[in-house]
Design a protein around this ligand. Structure first.
Ligand code: ADP
Ligand code: MG
Length: 803
């Protein structure tokens, strides 16, 4: 922090993980150290500069002469070794734990930046931060056998705003892009076209470093550039994967070692040509660096101007941010350089304001992750299987659902929505999700159906489209409220819902009795048709069910019914010319429609059904009474037999009388014998009755089943016809038409309980899935026909035109 000696400016250090940039000053050894002007604090963490007024030419009296700079350390006469320990060691160590690090040397030319960063290549002892950092990295890798760590390096030079690859002379397999460009992606900033070299050992790394240094020197000669005018960035990239395969996390980091161009201000000495150009570039890029640093130091600033020059752009993710950052300012100790020294120290103190938030660069190895997840999945599946078998749920399948299972869920959802299914059993999470999914599917289908039904029937006008509404009003089609003229019930035009009382089938002609229908169909089909015979059997069943009917008759009937049930035709009941009331826009729920059907079009068959059922019940009741009587007779017979046996034994004990070979018995015994005889006769009669009754019941049961089947079948046809089949298709559905509507297969009608309510709930379960499926079929059919008709017409027109 730069402050005036007597200043009292306060600054804040943010708590938490934020960290200040570490700033150090290295003073170049000299015999001519300006002791009066440069003083170090006792803790060696500050530098005080004192300027004698008279040493400055043209300086006015009130100008500042004293400065104090707080730093993290002053390195005076420090060895390369100590410099590395103080400045770089921690940064490099943390890079192996995944933290990015940046070390920059700043200062005027000749102050020792390159000496500090690279050192002398001839003398090992004088080697700089670069070779030492490489050494430390490889030492640490050796100490971490648990990790597979790779090291790569690159060496970039920025000269007059151009990028140079100092390692381009080495073989390198990778994209060569010229000119190199700075690219940003979510992972950070990288230089496209800059070669990055894998190094597996210290020695290789050194070779790379030397190669770079050599190229730097050669380039300065061949391209006539002053090496102190360029910025050099040596980057060490580290990537560490755990050798434990299950660990899918890995860390990456990079250490940027930056040797900046000389910071001296050249403008005033009147440089020309190349020197001026260089100076402009250097001054610019360093002042942009300074701007970026000022912005980074100002925590209210959101935008940091990184892209103003190549240097700051290339270092974008290495300045501030999540890096460990160190600035080493190289200064001269001589009085003659004090002005530049002061300027360098100002830069350092500004840098000190910058805070960073070092964070580990943790990444995930996608391949390992997939493998681990697969393992985990297999394990969890096993776990589930065990869990299920303990809970007796052995049949639960957790695999993704196939089309059939999804279709089944779709059907469940439909039944649930229609009210025919009380609840959908929860099986597993996947199934629950699919249920919700199918809810959405069904909902959107229904919306479409409703809309297309409306569009078929009405011309829809937007309620906000006043022009259209007034046009319709002018035409006299609607009144001011938008009601259809002449429509008393106030149904809005376009969206009117036909009242259900006007549903199809409610018409005088359909009141034709079932018997009439049957006899008409019998006439059509011919009297010898087995169908007509069967239908008549049903209609006249009441007379057939007299108690006197013979068992043989019953059997014949039953067989005949079985033979004919599969070819049962539709009774024709809707003549073509008949005017149908408008179809409701949404089909009524099946239970409601069924009640209606029973009272109207299906009333006759329903009546017969009910009659047969009551006969059946009456026969059952009688059979049960007869059984009770038989049991009573049997009990009495047993008692009588016992009494008779007692009399017999009594007689035998008392001595028997015999008259002409005939046994003489007393009156009591005789009466018992008569009684037993009578009981036996009664028993036989009752038993015969019961047998007859059973036959009747069996037959009657069959009739009831037939009637029920018929009722359901007719209902289903009527329901589809009335609410699903487009009207123009109705023609095709008439007897003799090309299409037979989907009849419910007999096999799908399950045996129903006698109670009307629960019988009905079962009926719904069987019938409902059939309905909506047929819609798509019929729609497709109509569309295909329309298309063909259109094509035919067009072809006809074309032919006519040619003629
Ligand atoms: P810069 O890179 O800042 O322009 P250099 O690192 O090239 O400066 O230093 C200029 C000269 O000073 C070099 O010959 C270098 O060896 C020498 N030098 C710089 N710093 C030191 C030091 N701390 N100890 C010994 N020699 C140094
Ligand atoms: Mg240098």
């Amino acid at each position: 922090m730069m402050r005036r000696k007597n200043g009292n400016k306060r600054y804040f250090t943010r708590m938490g993980t934020r960290k200040k940039v570490h700033t150090f000053v290295r003073v170049k050894p000299t015999d001519d150290f300006a002791h009066e002007m440069i003083k170090y604090g006792d803790d060696n963490k500050s530098i005080d500069i004192h300027l004698k007024k008279d040493t400055r030419r043209g300086v006015v009296n009130n100008q500042q002469t004293d400065w104090s700079f707080k730093l993290d350390g002053v390195l005076h006469n420090a060895s390369q070794d100590l410099v590395y320990e103080t400045v770089a060691k921690d940064v490099v160590a943390q890079a192996l734990d995944g933290y990015n690090g940046t070390i920059m040397c700043y200062g005027q030319t000749g102050a020792g930046k390159t000496y500090t960063m690279t050192g002398t290549t001839e003398n090992y002892k004088h080697r700089g931060i670069l070779p030492r950092a490489l050494q430390q990295v490889f030492r640490m890798i050796e100490e971490r056998p648990t990790h597979a760590i790779t090291v790569r390096v690159s060496y970039l030079e920025i000269y007059n705003e151009s990028l140079f690859d100092l390692l381009s002379t080495l073989p390198y397999v990778g994209p060569s892009v010229t000119p190199m460009t700075i690219v940003e992606n979510p992972q950070g900033v990288f230089i496209k076209g800059l070669s990055v070299h894998l190094t597996s050992q210290e020695e290789d790394a050194f070779s790379l470093l030397f190669e770079g240094e050599t190229n730097r020197i050669i380039a300065s000669h061949t391209m006539n550039k002053n090496s102190s005018r360029s910025h050099c960035i040596f980057t060490i990239y580290v990537e560490a994967h755990s050798r434990t395969l299950s660990d899918e996390k890995y860390i990456t980091s990079k250490i940027n070692l930056v040797d900046l161009a000389g910071s001296e201000r050249l403008g005033k000495s009147g440089s020309e040509g190349r020197v001026l150009k260089e100076a402009t570039y250097i001054n610019k890029s360093l002042s942009f660096l300074e701007q970026a640093i000022v912005a980074l130091g100002d925590q209210k600033r959101e935008h940091i101007p990184f892209r103003q020059c190549k240097l700051t752009h290339a270092l974008k993710d290495s300045l501030g941010g999540n890096c460990n950052m160190v600035l080493l300012t190289n200064i001269y100790g001589e009085a003659a350089q004090l002005e530049e020294t002061l300027s360098s120290l100002r830069f350092a103190s500004r840098m000190k304001l910058v805070t960073t938030e070092p964070a580990i660069n943790e990444k995930y190895d996608a391949e390992r992750m997939v493998k681990n997840l697969e393992k985990e999945l297999a394990l969890l599946k096993q776990e589930l299987a065990i869990h299920d078998s303990l809970a007796n749920r052995t049949l639960v399948n957790y695999d993704p659902m196939d089309e059939i299972q999804i279709a089944e869920i779709n059907s469940q959802v439909r039944r649930y929505l229609e009210g025919t299914l009380d609840e959908i059993d929860i099986i597993n999470l996947r199934q629950i999700q699919e249920v919700f999914n199918q809810f959405r599917v069904v909902l959107s289908q229904q919306e479409q159906e409703v809309e297309s039904a409306l569009r078929r029937k009405y011309t829809l006008i937007d309620k906000n489209d006043f022009a259209a509404i007034s046009a319709v009003q002018k035409a006299g089609l609607v009144d001011v409220d938008g009601h259809l003229v002449g429509e008393p019930d106030g149904q809005g035009f376009g969206l009117g819902v036909t009242p259900f009382s006007a549903k199809p089938g409610k018409k005088s002609k359909s009141k034709k009795t079932f018997k009439e229908q049957l006899s008409s169909s019998a006439r059509k089909e011919g009297a010898s048709s087995p169908v007509s015979g069967k239908e008549l059997d049903v209609s006249t069943s009441k007379t057939q069910l007299t108690p006197s009917s013979k068992e043989g008759d019953v059997k014949d009937m039953t067989i005949r019914e079985r033979e004919t049930s599969s070819i049962e035709p539709l009774p024709s009941d809707s003549p073509k010319e008949e005017l149908r009331p408008p179809r409701p826009s949404t089909p009524p729920p099946k239970p409601v429609a069924f009640e209606d059907f029973k009272n109207e079009r299906g009333s006759e068959i329903n009546r017969i059904f009910k009659e047969n059922k009551s006969i059946l019940n009456e026969r059952r009741k009688r059979a049960s009474e007869t059984t009770q009587r038989i049991n009573a007779i049997k009990r009495e017979m047993d008692v009588t037999k016992e009494a008779l046996n007692f009399q017999k034994s009594l007689r035998e004990k008392q001595g028997e009388y015999e008259n002409k070979g005939l046994m003489i018995i007393d009156e009591e015994e005789f009466l018992l014998i008569l009684k037993l005889k009578d009981l036996k006769k009664q028993y036989r009669t009752e038993y015969q009755d019961l047998r007859d009754l059973r036959a009747e019941i069996q037959y009657c049961q069959h009739l009831v089943d037939q009637c029920r089947h018929r009722l359901l079948t007719e209902f289903d046809i009527w329901y589809n016809e009335s609410f699903f089949i487009p009207e123009d298709l109705q023609v095709a559905l008439k007897p003799g038409g090309s299409i037979r509507p989907g009849m419910v297969p007999v096999s799908r009608i399950m045996s129903l309980g006698e109670d009307a309510q629960d019988k009905f709930s079962q009926l719904q379960q069987v019938l409902l899935p059939e309905g909506p499926d047929s819609v798509a079929f019929y729609n497709a059919k109509v569309k295909t026909e329309q298309k063909h008709n259109y094509l035919k017409t067009m072809m006809g027109l074309q032919q006519a035109h040619r003629k």
